[in-house]
Write a protein that binds this ligand. Structure first.
Ligand code: ZN
Length: 619
């Protein structure tokens, strides 16, 4: 099948009948066919992999690279050294890798690698396999890469591994030789130090042979449910299990950039067909004290999915699996591995968060190392919206809905921003000086970025812009410029200044009401002072003694326009706020009633790091 035919089939499969104007950027594509044979006694497996790799770039490739993630789980690895030497250490796993016994470490050893049937030259450099090709891959051509390898699953330290703390046998993420991505910025062969991911879009066909007492869960569509059973089978139809000691589990997925699976003899599976027509599967170890929580999860996830589809774009795959495993919560295409022994609030929280990564990472496939904030931050933003709605509907256990559910994010960001430890969002995820600075930047400042964008361009423009972003960039690798362009087009406002200051620098926002003067004048003079380095448009809300309110709005000069009114409160659009000015002055026209209060952004969507000086109240 040629590539054009293949792509059209994929488009049809995904139901993209009307194709919108798509951005012009080439991207590579790879199809994986893998079969592995698991030796569960020794936690080792042999693998055979056949990749069909499409070079859609304008470049001739002479070398290619693969990730070999399991090699990080050895004392002295870059991941181990980094965890032990970074500021404050890596509180997620500290020095645990350095203390692994020889039989607890992980490894991947590549035995052979052929390109179009010819031998390649390859060398393992810790977590990266460097390959010199037998023949160059020309622009707009494809090549077939056939590999054999064997591997050992490490004791679970971070994300993947065996025997996690809740006793799940195998959490199999980052488990196979995974092709590194090549894009307009070149190769991304980053050594794995336990941080972020980036992958090539493609299809997976995976066969897992494992002792028949294991139940396998995966981010993919099982092709042979009647041969394995365990809750996958069509009820009523007879099972046709082979009599061998191992079962062969055959999964396929289309248009993803990774493949995860997990296995445990004690998994129980429940499944539902959600209101959007997709199948949701739930795998957990029954009888460990958390059955009640897991039994309540499907109904809540069904409602959560409906909210997600409405706000962020329609989930494009046919299935999703919530799998007990891993070391907290981690997202993969069509599945999550999450620890499962949790109270209901926490179980729902992690399940909502990880599922939302289906939007921000699994479909909008940003390079997480470069744009962690577009992945974790937007997921946190979406999570806050979804969970607050679930809480409003009484579906978050004891958790109640909040008037401003983002308040905690804003205060956590302000604490970092004023700590002297903040680094710009453009810092490579692997290179932040501390886990604290990385986590708050990616998860919290990224969330604040999107919430604050509501303040800049209006809530409705952000809501519509998020759907437009999804439609424009799904199944691609959007960067921060692609993102901001979508919101520029949506709002008709210029937003480069917002990205440049909030993303590329650690400049902070701090405005103050400097003075409100009526003495000896007809009008009331208000002076706003800019104390922070970053300038913002100003929503100044005036409250009169009779309780009436009025908004005075000063767009930032660089926006080249004004955001639409967001409420029915009378709004006066003032002259532009020029970012160079240390102060901004305006007059409140003469009125019979007196000014009682002047406040900058009472919605608290502007990330002002010092809120104490934002309000003036008449004595
Ligand atoms: Zn996340």
């Amino acid at each position: 099948m040629n590539r054009i035919t293949l792509l059209s089939i994929i488009w049809l499969f995904l139901g993209l009948s009307s194709i919108q104007a798509q951005p012009e950027r080439w991207q590579q594509r790879v199809n994986y066919e893998m079969t592995i044979d698991m030796d569960a006694r020794n936690h080792q497996y042999n693998g055979v992999q056949k990749l069909t790799y499409y070079n859609n770039s304008p470049d001739t490739l002479h070398r290619i690279f693969y990730h070999l993630y399991f090699n990080a789980f050895q004392p002295g690895s870059m991941m181990d050294v980094r965890a032990r030497t970074m500021a404050g250490g890596n509180n997620r796993f500290g020095d645990r890798i350095s203390k692994l016994n020889p039989e607890e470490t992980g490894w991947i050893k590549v035995a052979s690698l052929l390109q179009n049937g010819k031998k390649t030259t390859f060398e393992t450099n810790e977590t990266i396999l460097e390959v010199t090709l037998a023949e160059p891959i020309l622009p707009n051509s494809s090549t077939v890469l056939e590999m054999t390898w064997n591997a050992r699953v490490p004791v679970q330290i971070r994300r993947s591994g065996r025997d996690n703390r809740e006793g799940v046998a195998y959490s199999m993420s980052q488990w196979y030789p995974k092709l590194c991505e090549y894009d307009y910025q070149g190769w991304h062969a980053n050594p794995y130090i336990g941080q972020e991911f980036y992958g090539v879009w493609g299809d997976f066909d995976v066969k897992i042979n494992i002792d028949k007492n294991f139940v396998v869960a995966a981010g993919g569509y099982l092709q042979n449910p009647q041969e394995v059973g365990y809750g996958y089978e069509t009820s009523g139809a007879p099972l046709q299990r082979p009599s061998a000691d191992k079962l062969s589990w055959h999964f396929k997925t289309l248009n993803v950039h990774d493949f995860v699976w997990a296995a445990d003899p004690e998994y129980t599976q429940t499944k539902i067909t959600a209101d959007d027509g997709t199948i949701m599967r739930f795998f957990w170890k029954k009888g460990k004290g958390y059955d009640a929580q897991w039994e309540q999860l499907p109904a809540v996830m069904n409602r959560a999915r409906t909210i997600m589809n409405q706000h962020f774009g329609k989930y494009p795959y046919g299935e999703y699996s919530f799998i007990q495993g891993g070391d907290g919560g981690m997202e993969y295409p069509m599945a999550t591995l999450m620890t499962g022994n949790r109270p209901l609030n926490s179980l729902i929280g992690v399940a909502v968060h990880e599922q939302l990564h289906s939007w921000y990472q699994m479909v909008l496939g940003t390079n997480e190392s470069l744009y962690g904030w577009m992945d974790e931050g937007f997921t946190s933003y979406a999570e806050t919206i979804v969970e607050n709605e679930l809480a409003r509907e009484g579906l978050m256990g004891s958790r109640k809905a909040e008037e401003n559910p983002f308040a905690g994010n804003y205060s956590a960001y302000a604490t970092l921003a004023t700590s002297g430890k903040e680094e710009p969002l453009t810092t490579h995820a692997d290179h932040f000086k501390s886990i604290y600075a990385y986590s708050i930047a990616a998860y919290v400042k990224g969330c604040v970025f999107m919430r604050q964008l509501e303040y800049v361009i209006g809530e409705e423009n952000v809501a519509k812009g998020l759907l437009r972003y999804f439609d424009t960039w799904k199944f691609k690798h959007p960067n921060s410029n692609d993102l901001i362009r979508v919101f520029e087009k949506q709002s008709g406002l210029e937003l480069d200044w917002y990205k440049e200051d909030f993303v590329h620098t650690t400049n902070t926002i701090d405005y103050a009401v400097k003075s409100v003067e009526k003495e000896g004048r007809k009008t009331t003079q208000v002076i706003i002072e800019r104390l922070g380095e970053m300038a913002m448009p100003l929503d100044i809300v005036v409250t009169y003694t009779d309780g009436d309110q009025e908004i005075f709005y000063a767009p930032l000069e660089g926006m080249r326009g004004a955001k639409p009114a967001e409420s029915k409160v009378t709004r006066t659009i003032l002259p532009d706020h020029r970012w160079v000015e240390p102060t901004y002055e305006f007059e409140i026209p003469e009125k019979a009633k007196k000014v009682a209060k002047v406040e900058i952004d009472p919605t608290r969507r502007m990330a002002d790091v010092n809120l104490e000086n934002n309000v003036w109240v008449k004595e």
